[in-house]
Design a protein around this ligand. Structure first.
Ligand code: ZN
Length: 221
């Protein structure tokens, strides 16, 4: 494996002032792209909480024109063999998300981290359950909703590439109470520009797929 530079994604509540609501995606994207995210639940979070987190993240991505298919992976070797998505990565179509209890090396205020290569693409994100659980207990935010937003933020780092934090919306590097209130109401979203950028990252792989299909069709004659 070649060396990777990694980009630390830090989500800390109550640090920066809220500067404005995110731009909406009222008109909706014209054409959706599809991504499979394999989920490795190493934190043993409850199934219902994980399902709610995935539903929340799906809704956020859907607003940006990205359809997410979640694959909940078992850790046994046999199970990994049965589910190819759990062991195979392909940017941007097949990404890997690990949920850990807590980071072994990062501070407690870090909710997640994504790994990008030098070309700005990456397939691996981690999120940390205990910091989210502590914020949930302190501010009484729905845990599944909060985790869903953290997941969406981290997966988006993979799809957006380098320098993908923004001043508004879900890609703000630090979330304050207003952000979290917006998140609870479904109002913490990607900007239209971020949605477009993510969809455009799929263009080369879609062209490859279309080209392979044409070759396969030609091979039948
Ligand atoms: Zn981030």
């Amino acid at each position: 494996m070649r060396p990777e530079i990694w980009r630390r994604c830090i989500l800390v509540g109550l640090i920066l002032c809220f500067k404005g609501l995110p731009l909406g995606a009222e008109d909706g994207p014209s054409k959706a792209v599809f991504v499979t995210v394999a989920v490795h639940n190493r934190a043993d979070i409850p199934v219902n909480t994980l399902a709610q987190a995935e539903l929340t993240a799906s809704a956020i991505f859907k607003e940006a024109g990205v359809q997410v298919h979640w694959v909940n992976c078992e850790s046994s070797a046999v199970a990994l063999e049965i589910a190819p998505s759990c062991r195979v990565t392909e940017f941007p179509m097949n990404l890997q998300l690990t949920i850990a209890r807590r980071s072994k090396s990062l501070t407690d205020s870090v909710f997640g981290i994504s790994y990008l290569g030098e070309d700005g693409s990456g397939c691996y994100s981690n999120i940390f359950f205990e910091p989210a659980e502590e914020l949930h207990e302190r501010l009484h935010i729905n845990l599944g909703t909060l985790l869903g937003h953290v997941v969406a933020h981290e997966i988006a780092h993979l799809l957006l590439g380098t320098n993908s934090h923004s001043d508004t919306g879900i890609m703000r590097p630090h979330w304050n109470e207003q952000d979290l209130a917006n998140a609870s109401k479904g109002g913490l979203l990607f900007t239209p520009a971020q949605g477009q950028t993510m969809r455009e990252r799929f263009a080369p792989s879609l062209r490859r797929t279309a080209s392979a299909f044409v070759r396969a069709e030609a091979g039948r004659d």
